[in-house]
Ligand binder design. Structure first.
Ligand SMILES: [Zn+2]
Length: 251
């Protein structure tokens, strides 16, 4: 048995195992299509229980690095060229959230500026359509998360650069939960009109074909999201652990 593969203790054993396996995939030890060792072999290799291995496999599956086939095991679907992941983001850590939002801000504001430059009339009307969908969701007293994401997705598509879409999709999976919390918080605090004002500013800048304006509007929107989120975090810090008091009907 190889002992140096055993993982050290940490915040989550399953995360450590997932990181080890991810490391093997990205370093090229496994290639696309390769079958991972069995659950039992992995549990022996890393010196952890099978449920821990199962949890780690679940994480890698959610990240899109592997797929599982019933009765056959887990297979690598991504190679090192394709795999990108934010290492060790702690979703409950305010600084980590801030870091992710900062990254999202850089990507979204650049894409929004390009959209202002490059969007076609059809793309502009697709963006406008989603803007109205958000408003209708708000009017129904819903948080409009899906509509909001669709709005930004149309904008990112209008940037004309498909890699923005990939990066943005990736980041979304990491921030979706935060946005949902912040939005649920906005819902309770009647900040939704502020959210929509920010969207309208983005739309107008794109419609005007003004990249500078579009960039500032996108930045202001994410800064607003971060502020609403920190309000939410502060409030929940005062009332309890704040983990599960949000409405779960959206997103
Ligand atoms: Zn938005």
């Amino acid at each position: 048995m190889i002992h140096d593969d055993k993982v050290a203790r940490g915040p989550s054993l399953a995360d450590s195992v997932a990181a080890k396996i991810r490391g093997e995939i990205t370093s090229g030890a496994y290639s696309r299509g390769d079958k991972l060792p069995t659950e039992r072999d992995l549990s022996q290799k890393y010196g952890v229980s099978r449920p821990i291995v199962r949890e780690a496999i679940g994480t890698l599956k959610r990240d899109g690095l592997i797929t599982t086939r019933q009765g056959l095991g887990a297979f690598v679907v991504e190679t090192k060229e394709m795999a990108f992941r934010l290492a060790s983001v702690d979703l409950s850590d305010a600084l980590d959230i801030q870091n992710v939002i900062e990254l999202l801000m850089a990507v979204e504001s650049a894409a929004t500026a390009l959209a202002a430059e490059r969007r076609s009339p059809q793309q502009l009307s697709a963006i406008e359509k989603q803007l109205h969908s958000i408003q209708r969701a708000f009017d129904r007293n819903e948080a409009g998360i899906e509509e909001d994401m669709a709005f930004h997705r149309e904008i990112v598509d209008a940037s004309g650069n498909p890699h923005f879409r990939e990066m943005s999709d990736f980041l979304e999976t990491h921030v979706r939960r935060f946005i949902r919390r912040a939005r649920a918080s906005s819902l309770r605090n009647a900040l939704l009109s502020q959210v929509q004002d920010e969207h309208v500013a983005i739309f107008k800048a794109i419609a005007n074909g003004s990249p500078q304006e579009a960039r500032s509007a996108a930045e202001a929107h994410l800064r607003g999201a971060a502020d609403r989120l920190s309000l939410h975090i502060v409030r929940n810090a005062n009332v309890g652990d704040g983990q599960d008091d949000m409405p779960q009907d959206n997103c």
